[in-house]
Write a protein that binds this ligand. Structure first.
Ligand code: C5P
Length: 331
């Protein structure tokens, strides 16, 4: 990628859609969460990563990152404030959003700092790539705030360095992921799909821990060891092309589900409750523990959300639709 150097100048902000409040300039960017409609994992490579075939759908559970320029007195620091739902999120330099701003600054030679504020809606360590959405939104916001003007391809390269799930929220909609899940190809779909999300009562699951459990489970079935990931079934892409929610339900698949359920056995009951209440199908989202229940309409969504709330097995539920767009500037 090009290593572009920002040249701060009086008219920098004139070409950028930023808002100026007194001496401060603010850029606000939203990024969506994701559900994996399909996830097949192969045996891990030398780098410890599992080769994946996955289908991401961006859903209307939206993170908001606000980036504000600093006075010179701040000496180019990157600061972070977390607005809500952020229990368990580090507010220091290990936060993926702070690492995103630092990576962009280092890649472009920017020495300005930034004050970041994140409003979280995606559950922390929930299998919906909330931290990745924050990082994607931060790259986008700082690229505007600092006038660094990296291209979408350059931003995507930086995103992939931050984590396997970071490139997808830049793109949004529906996409097939290969490699670590970060090599994306957009997938044409029609229609809008409704989901009820069940947020786990007992905190998040660590993605590496779920992949480790997946490896242990695979080892017990020697025939699958060393296997390459499966391809996306044609029945799924055709269901997505023809607004066929029932066809989509029949092909939803997540190789990590068994591992997530073995670490959190109550997830099996959560999925069963959603399906008895009328969901077309319920699956674990990514590495979990969020459960995503595909529903045929708003009435069933209400039934499913009520049944899940009454079970006492979930912290909260949300009704969302997808696909939705990737990162976008707001305000
Ligand atoms: O890339 P990211 O930091 O999000 O990945 C977190 C962890 O999840 C990795 O360190 C790895 O243990 C696991 N992972 C994997 N295979 C992938 C993606 C993630 O094993 N394709």
């Amino acid at each position: 990628m090009n290593h572009l150097r920002a040249v701060p100048g009086a008219d920098d902000t004139a070409s950028c859609p930023t808002r100026t409040y007194g001496s401060a300039t603010t850029v606000r960017v939203e990024a969506p969460g994701k559900i994996n409609l399909f996830l097949s994992a192969g045996a891990p490579g030398a780098d410890g990563y599992h080769p994946l075939t996955t289908v991401f759908q961006a859903v209307r559970l939206i993170e908001t990152v606000t980036a504000r320029s600093q006075s010179h007195a701040a000496h180019g620091s990157i600061t972070l404030s977390l607005e809500k739902n952020a229990d368990g999120v580090p507010a220091d330099s290990s936060n993926l959003a702070v690492r995103a701003a630092r990576l962009l600054a280092d890649a472009t030679g920017v020495t300005d700092g930034v004050d970041l504020t994140i409003r979280k809606r995606i559950p922390v360590a929930g299998g919906m790539a909330g931290g990745s959405a924050d990082a994607a939104a931060t790259l986008t916001a700082c690229n505007v705030l600092w006038g660094t003007e990296l291209s979408p391809d350059e931003l995507r390269d930086l995103a992939a360095q931050l984590g396997a799930d970071v490139p997808f929220p830049l793109m949004g909609a529906t996409a097939v992921g290969h490699g670590r899940g970060d090599q994306l190809t957009p997938l044409m779909t029609r229609g809008r799909y409704l989901w009820v999300l069940a947020f786990a009562a007992h905190g998040g699951l660590s993605t590496p821990a779920v992949f480790r459990r997946f490896d242990e489970l695979v080892e017990t079935r020697a025939s699958l060891a060393g296997a390459a990931p499966a391809e996306v079934p044609e029945r799924m892409t055709s269901a997505l092309r023809t607004r066929d929610a029932r066809g989509l339900a029949a092909t939803l698949h997540n190789d990590l589900q068994e591992a997530a359920v073995s670490l959190r056995p109550e997830l099996a009951e959560v999925m069963a409750i959603a399906e008895s209440a009328g969901a077309l199908r319920a699956i674990v989202s990514g590495s979990g523990p969020t459960v995503a229940a595909l529903v045929p309409d708003a009435r069933v969504a209400t039934h499913v959300a009520r049944a899940l709330a009454a079970s006492g097995l979930v912290r909260d539920t949300a009704r969302v639709d997808g696909p939705v767009a990737g990162v976008r500037m707001v305000g």
